[in-house]
Design a protein. Structure first.
Length: 79
């Protein structure tokens, strides 16, 4: 069993065959990011740490929007 693969093996991979698997995941990730950013923007006056949540949503790609929906929405100031 080979543990290390070099650049020559990467040239042999057909990336178009992986596209049907990767494309839906990318679309779902982008939708989650957009929905999280819209929700954060709409409730920016009642949320604490808006800038921090924006950075988390954008730069922690897969888990950022999920963390916002699980933790960040409870973070709001009650009025």
């Amino acid at each position: 069993m080979k543990w290390h693969y070099g650049w020559s093996e990467l040239k042999n991979i057909d990336f178009l065959s992986l596209l049907p698997i990767i494309l839906p995941l990318v679309v779902i990730n982008l939708l989650l990011m957009i929905i999280a950013l819209i929700d954060l923007y709409r409730h920016r006056d009642t949320r604490e740490n808006v800038i921090i949540w924006t950075v988390v949503i954008i730069f922690i790609n897969v888990f950022g929007p999920m963390l916002y929906f699980i933790i960040g929405r409870k973070d709001g100031i009650s009025r």
